[in-house]
Design a protein around this ligand. Structure first.
Ligand SMILES: Nc1ncnc2c1ncn2[C@@H]1O[C@H](COP(=O)(O)OP(=O)(O)OP(=O)(O)O)[C@@H](O)[C@H]1O
Ligand SMILES: [Mg+2]
Length: 254
């Protein structure tokens, strides 16, 4: 397999003495699609918060391209090429769909807004934004206010913003949360298209087990803050510990 791009080493996290993550270790290889599953409260979002710099771990290290990024400011981590989505919608509601994406394109690699900007680079931003809107199936919705689009369109827009930020590693936290069953396949089609560009290494948190068995290269299972398995979908399905925890109980079905 390709080289390791992201690595968690002995990540521990406790809140007020209560342990939420216990010595979590995993590697994400360049181009890999890894899904993290686990019941509510298992520590999945906390792990993302630590990887993306939103929280400091109680112990352990996060390495990105071999560099220790543990506890680094989130914007610095984003600028280095690791971007995440949030479980809660994170858009500029009073800007248009196009503007939300274009601002993310402009922010890429700059970190701040530059007033002096040539018209040619501005045109490039607009073209890149249009390309991304097509990728996330929002072409034709560019002039609508982000506050006025439907829930599933907001989720597409979040994906678009994430792509516009241009990270090599993207972290998705339940991108289909709140989306109706009929609309889930289209969202996953977009995620699959992103995977198929082979430009991104992807970490996904998702409960919909049937879909993730097909799309993932590897699946990591987090239970009560412990990573109990990290393997191919085939092996995960055969893993007795995982079966006992999930497949038998049906906790992750649907
Ligand atoms: N800032 C915080 N302060 C105190 N406890 C927290 C904090 N953030 C998370 N926790 C606790 O850590 C545990 C793991 O939470 P986390 O949000 O990481 O779970 P999750 O696996 O993402 O769950 P879900 O599937 O519901 O999103 C939970 O018990 C939660 O209450
Ligand atoms: Mg969560």
């Amino acid at each position: 397999m390709e080289s390791i791009i992201l690595e968690a080493k002995n990540i521990k996290k406790s809140f007020g003495g209560i342990s939420v993550l216990e010595d979590v270790n995993f590697s994400l290889h360049a181009g890999e699609f890894k899904t993290i599953i686990g019941p509510n409260g298992a520590g999945k979002t906390t792990l993302y918060n630590i990887i993306s710099g939103v929280m400091k771990p109680t112990g352990g290290q996060i390495l990105f391209r071999g560099k220790d990024i543990t506890g680094m400011a989130p914007y610095k981590i984003t600028n280095m090429g690791l971007s995440r989505s949030f479980q809660v919608t994170n858009l500029f509601p009073n800007l248009s769909v196009h503007e939300n994406i274009r601002l993310a394109v402009q922010a890429k690699g700059h970190g701040s807004f530059n007033i002096i900007r040539s018209s040619s680079s501005y045109r490039e931003y607009i073209e890149k934004a249009a390309e991304i809107m097509e990728m996330v199936r929002l072409s034709g919705k560019g002039d609508l206010m982000a506050s006025d689009i439907s829930h599933v369109e907001k989720r597409k827009l979040e994906l678009g913003i994430l792509l516009a930020l241009g990270g090599d590693v993207i972290l998705l936290d339940e991108p289909t949360a709140g989306v109706s069953a009929e609309e889930v396949p289209e969202l996953f089609k977009i995620i699959e298209d992103v995977k198929n560009t082979k430009e991104k290494s992807i970490l996904l948190i998702e409960h919909k087990i049937n879909i993730i068995l097909n799309i993932s290269d590897t699946i990591a299972v987090l239970q009560n803050g412990v990573l109990i398995a990290d393997d191919t979908p085939e092996n995960i399905q055969k893993n007795e510990r995982v079966q006992a925890a999930y497949f038998g109980g049906g906790a992750l079905n649907g």
